[in-house]
Design a protein around this ligand. Structure first.
Ligand SMILES: Cc1cc2nc3c(=O)[nH]c(=O)nc-3n(C[C@H](O)[C@H](O)[C@H](O)COP(=O)(O)OP(=O)(O)OC[C@H]3O[C@@H](n4cnc5c(N)ncnc54)[C@H](O)[C@@H]3O)c2cc1C
Length: 485
């Protein structure tokens, strides 16, 4: 073994297992160490591969948005959940495109079928609010109109006879499919092992040893694992691993509750996303009904309210489910980041440490590209997708005290950017609020926003959007402390 190429992966969820697989495939020496904690996200996931749906706010995004609206916590004129930046969409699409080949590789190497199914995702529209949210998606789809189809109620009834007729239609997201998430993680792990990785289970990493600014070993209680690199893939617990080398990785647990029905004959061909719940029938017949978005720390309990509301949402979407038994109810902790994007790659001045965390609600679909990119970094190669939008350094330099807007051209006359801070708001709410504010500006395209701790950074096409219009929308969304220098 060549110690300079030895990697310790901390965490054995889908991300750690993918990193271990791609590193082993690249010929690196790999040790994966996992302490299974209650609430680990991979064991809770629905297995949706919904790069486009999730990027435009479907899945749990639209459910959370509806819940906020029901509690009167949304600004006026907001019709739907916020969207993730184009860089994330491209990353997720590229990762999603890896699945067909990956399925074959994992079947061949590990003998495990990840149950990749070409389902597509249907957003069922119940009312004017849903239609108002869906129309701009069809007209300004960030990856071309042929990716999305508008289904009339008759077309929907023909395609999905079990779905309620009380609908205004549906949007079909072609290419947004599904896998079995548990099998995916198992297959990554088994394939990594076949390729020479060592898997150590039921063991917590308790420290990272550094010498002259370099990682030299991972510590697990009394055991020491010499290595040149460590990968922080500890999911919602990534902050603890970061602290082992003195950095604050801004990952927090975001609980999702989820239900599973008894095994049923084929009810749904597509996965469904509605404003009350999403539904995905798995290959073995169970229908997964998800999911809440809750900031309750590391509490992995389930609540009768969430069960009632998700079950009612499922029966509204598919009335025949009223006569079906629920088999299980559970929850998982999504590894949430301030801007809802993963945190990937190296950290300045800490040689041999890589982040692979903060995947929030899209860690299944983005696991292949994450594993591949981390393996490329560990092997000293350039990455298959640009790292910049996902680097830990994007959180550096935020000044939580400042309340100043900077608006200026950035070379290209068609583009402008604004950066401002909102001291009275918690950063957790920023990503949603900024997305909602931007969506309130109807018909605008080419707007990109990201959140860095308590700063919000907006880039927009100045030919399509007036600076004042953007500021007004942000004011309406509650960003009251804006000043132009
Ligand atoms: C209800 C729900 C539904 C979801 N649905 C989807 C979906 O449809 N599609 C999608 O793409 N994503 C979905 N997600 C998100 C996805 O599940 C997560 O983004 C992904 O599983 C994160 O994987 P992970 O490996 O980073 O974290 P985890 O799966 O939590 O794994 C982290 C592992 O690290 C271990 N660990 C922590 N600390 C240590 C330590 N010190 N030493 C050793 N081990 C440690 C933990 O115990 C755990 O085993 C969903 C999430 C939830 C909760």
């Amino acid at each position: 073994m060549n110690a300079a190429r030895d990697v310790v992966v901390i965490g054995g969820g889908v991300i750690g297992c993918s990193v271990a697989y791609y590193c082993a495939r690249a010929g690196l020496g790999v040790t994966l160490i996992d302490q299974p904690k209650r609430g680990r996200a991979t064991s809770a996931s629905a297995g949706g591969l919904w790069p486009l749906g999730e990027s435009v706010g479907l899945g749990c995004g639209v459910i959370f948005h509806k819940a906020l609206a029901g509690r009167g916590q949304l600004p006026e004129g907001v019709h739907g959940p916020g969207q993730l930046p184009k860089a994330f969409l491209d990353f997720a699409l590229q990762s999603n495109a890896m699945f067909p080949r990956l399925r074959d590789e994992l079947l061949q190497t590990a003998g495990i079928d990840i149950e990749l199914e070409r389902t597509s995702l249907l957003f069922t529209m119940y009312d004017d609010g849903d239609v108002a949210f869906a129309k701009p998606l069809l007209e300004h789809c960030p990856c071309g109109q042929n990716r999305i189809d508008w289904l009339t109620p008759d077309e929907l009834a023909k395609a999905e006879p079990a779905v309620t007729r009380e609908v205004r239609g549906a949007l079909r997201f072609n290419g947004d499919d599904q896998v079995n998430p548990y099998r995916l993680a198992d297959a990554f792990r088994a394939a990594a092992q076949r390729l020479g990785a060592t898997i150590i289970t039921h063991t917590a990493v308790t420290g990272i040893e550094m010498r002259a600014g370099r990682v030299v070993a991972a510590q697990a209680g009394a055991d020491r694992y010499p290595c040149a690199m460590v990968v922080n893939a500890a999911g919602a617990w990534a902050v603890n691993v970061g602290r082992m080398i003195g950095i604050e990785v801004p990952v927090r647990p975001v609980r999702g509750q989820i239900l599973g029905t008894e095994t049923l004959p084929k009810v749904l061909s597509a996965c469904l996303s509605t404003s009350n719940c999403y539904l995905a029938q798995k290959q073995h017949g169970e229908i997964i009904i998800g999911s809440t978005t809750e900031e309750v720390g590391f509490d992995v309990g389930t609540t009768p309210e969430a069960m009632r509301s998700l079950a009612a949402g499922a029966v509204r979407a598919v009335p025949s489910l009223a006569n079906v038994h629920l088999k299980r109810v559970w929850s998982g902790l999504r590894p949430g980041s301030p801007d809802e994007l993963p945190i990937l790659g190296p950290v300045d001045e800490i040689a041999g440490y890589f982040n692979a965390c903060g995947h929030f609600r899209t860690g299944i679909v983005t696991s292949p590209m994450t594993g591949l990119m981390i393996s490329e970094l560990a092997a000293g190669q350039s990455t298959s997708f640009p790292l910049e939008p996902f680097l830990f350094s994007r959180f550096a330099g935020a000044d939580p005290q400042s309340a100043i807007v900077h608006a200026h051209g950035i070379g290209d006359a068609a583009l402008a950017e604004m950066r401002f801070t909102v001291p009275e708001m918690q950063c957790e709410g920023c990503a949603n609020k900024i997305g909602q504010a931007l969506q309130a500006i109807s018909g605008v395209t080419g707007v990109d926003a990201k959140v860095e701790l308590k700063q919000v950074w907006v880039r927009y096409e100045s030919s399509k959007l007036q600076e004042q219009t953007l500021k007004d929308a942000l004011h309406r969304a509650g960003f009251s402390a804006i000043e132009t220098p």
